[in-house]
Every structure is written in structure tokens, then in C-alpha cells.
Write a protein that binds this ligand. Structure first.
Ligand SMILES: NC(=O)c1ccc[n+]([C@@H]2O[C@H](COP(=O)([O-])OP(=O)(O)OC[C@H]3O[C@@H](n4cnc5c(N)ncnc54)[C@H](OP(=O)(O)O)[C@@H]3O)[C@@H](O)[C@H]2O)c1
Length: 247
């Protein structure tokens, strides 16, 4: 039996992924997110956990992992998909507030690392196969003015996972750049209008939308399904989903 633990499922790519998994009935779904009840009617059989990743709460983490683990049985295959993410603030370093810094790192880095660490302990105990699909970004290794927090957190989780892959060579682990997708995150990027002069590349994102160049999250979800869930085609620790054709 397969068990999926997925974050970032209330919107965008994560939401498309779990709709697919639900339709195909390919495993048990454990879904984590803010105001998670919003998706109850979409994925009726899923187990939903209300978590706001901007707040670091070890008690909540431990309680929810205990509950998930109770349901995972020996020799299950566990697939963790880390899809939750925040891009804001898009701001020069000196203007970033401490709250923004903590939120960005908590959502993009700290919570997923803590979840992975707990999952590793449990899958070892239960002799489960383990797969991690980390939704990364093209800017993980590309410094852009204004994106210090987002890039730092995306790059850091990639290296965390590359290290884990060295420790546990039998796990299947990939960080994947999904491309520029037509989701709320892109809406947020386009709405940083007043900063056009400071961050010149922002106009490129607006042009992507105007010229209809954004990728649909549904298409990306399908590719992830075929590339890393139904099969395992990853040949690098970090790769772009655009290198795979939809089947
Ligand atoms: N869109 C792009 O062009 C693009 C490009 C490269 C990489 N990515 C990556 O792709 C992944 C999916 O992004 P997307 O484009 O689908 O973005 P999205 O539509 O904005 O969805 C982001 C998801 O993360 C969740 N999230 C954000 N803050 C949270 C918090 N504090 N606690 C719990 N959940 C939280 C959101 O929940 P709420 O519904 O509660 O807000 C939502 O489910 C992200 O990791 C992003 O970094 C996106």
C-alpha cells in the first residue's frame, strides 16, 4: 500500500496533485495545510491535518506525526511531497522584517525538514520504502535581487535532501523545479508592481502571463505523477520537470 504525505495541497500544484491521486485512488492521503477543511469535499477519503507552517509548533508536529504513523503499516511505501511554499517578501535584505524571515524559513525549510526527519525515523522502524519529491524552484541556485529568503530556503532544503540521499542511498529523493506555473504564487509576484524600478525582472513575469507562457499546474502535476510517482525516472538530485514530456 502507498501512503502519501503532502503539504501545500489547498492551492496550486499541490491541489492538482492530490486531485489526481484521489481520482486514481493510488494510495492513502495524509494532507497538511492551513484551513485544510476547504478541500474536504474534493478529497473525501483523505486524512486532513490543520497546520500553519509559518508558526513553529513542536507539539503540533509531534501530535500529527504520531497520528499519521499510527496508520502507516509495516512495509508500506511512503511518499512525501513537499509542495507548500511562500515567495514573499520580494524585498531588499535591509527591508526584510524578522517576522517575514521567520515565516519564509519556517514554511520553505524548517517545517519540511522536521517532517522529513520524523518520517525517516518512522519508515526505518516500519521497514517502509521511502520517496521524497521536493518541489523546488529555478531560483534555488540563482540569486535574484529581492529573493534572498526564497532562494536561500529553497537551496537549503535541496542540500538537506542531498545529504539525506548520501546517508540513505536506498531512498528515492528528488528536488524538482516545476517551471513558471499559473498559480497564486505567480499572481503575488506580478502584484509587486511598485517595485518595477528596483526589480527589473518583475516585468518578465508579467509578460509570461500576457503572452500565455505560464505552465498549467495540472500539466505539471501529471508530469510529476508519471515521472516520480508511477515510475522513478529521476537521474539527478535536482532537475527541471520541463525536461520530461507528458505521456
Ligand atoms: N508558481 C510558480 O511559478 C513556481 C515556480 C517555481 C517553484 N514553485 C514552487 O511550487 C510549489 C507550489 O507553489 P504554487 O505555485 O502551487 O503556489 P500556491 O498556489 O501559492 O500554493 C502554495 C501552497 O502552499 C501553502 N502554504 C503557504 N503558506 C503556508 C503556511 N503558512 N502554512 C501552510 N501552508 C502554506 C498554501 O496554502 P494556502 O492555500 O493556505 O495559502 C498553498 O497550498 C511551491 O513550493 C513553490 O515554491 C512555484
Amino acid at each position: 500500500m502507498r501512503s502519501f504525505v503532502v503539504t501545500g495541497v489547498t492551492n496550486g500544484l499541490g491541489n492538482e496533485l492530490i486531485r489526481l491521486f484521489h481520482e486514481l485512488n493510488i494510495g492513502k492521503l495524509y494532507l497538511l495545510g492551513r484551513k485544510i477543511h476547504r478541500i474536504q469535499s474534493v478529497v473525501k477519503s483523505a486524512k486532513l491535518y490543520e497546520v500553519d507552517f509559518s508558526k513553529l509548533d513542536i507539539d503540533v508536529l509531534e501530535k500529527l506525526m504520531k497520528d499519521v504513523f499510527r496508520k502507516i503499516t509495516n512495509n508500506d511505501e511512503v511518499i512525501f511531497i513537499n509542495c507548500a511554499g511562500v515567495v514573499n517578501p520580494i524585498e531588499f535584505v535591509e527591508n526584510i522584517t524578522n517576522d517575514q524571515l521567520l515565516t519564509s524559513f519556517n514554511v520553505n525549510l524548517v517545517w519540511p525538514c522536521m517532517l522529513i526527519k520524523e518520517l525517516v525515523k518512522e519508515v526505518q522502524k516500519k521497514n517502509c520504502d521511502f520517496r521524497i519529491i521536493n518541489i523546488s524552484s529555478g531560483v534555488a541556485y540563482k540569486p535574484l535581487p529581492g529573493w534572498s529568503l526564497y532562494s536561500t530556503s529553497k537551496a537549503s532544503i535541496n542540500i538537506f535532501l542531498e545529504t539525506l540521499a548520501q546517508e540513505k542511498r536506498h531512498y528515492k529523493i528528488v528536488s524538482v523545479d516545476p517551471g513558471v506555473m499559473d498559480t497564486n504564487m505567480q499572481r503575488e509576484i506580478r502584484s509587486v508592481e511598485k517595485k518595477d524600478k528596483e526589480f527589473k525582472y518583475l516585468k518578465d513575469f508579467r509578460e509570461f502571463k500576457e503572452k500565455n507562457l505560464l505552465v498549467s499546474p495540472k500539466e505539471v502535476a501529471n508530469k510529476i505523477l508519471m515521472t516520480y510517482v508511477q515510475n522513478w525516472k529521476a537521474s539527478n538530485s535536482y532537475e527541471k520537470i520541463s525536461m520530461y514530456n507528458e505521456e
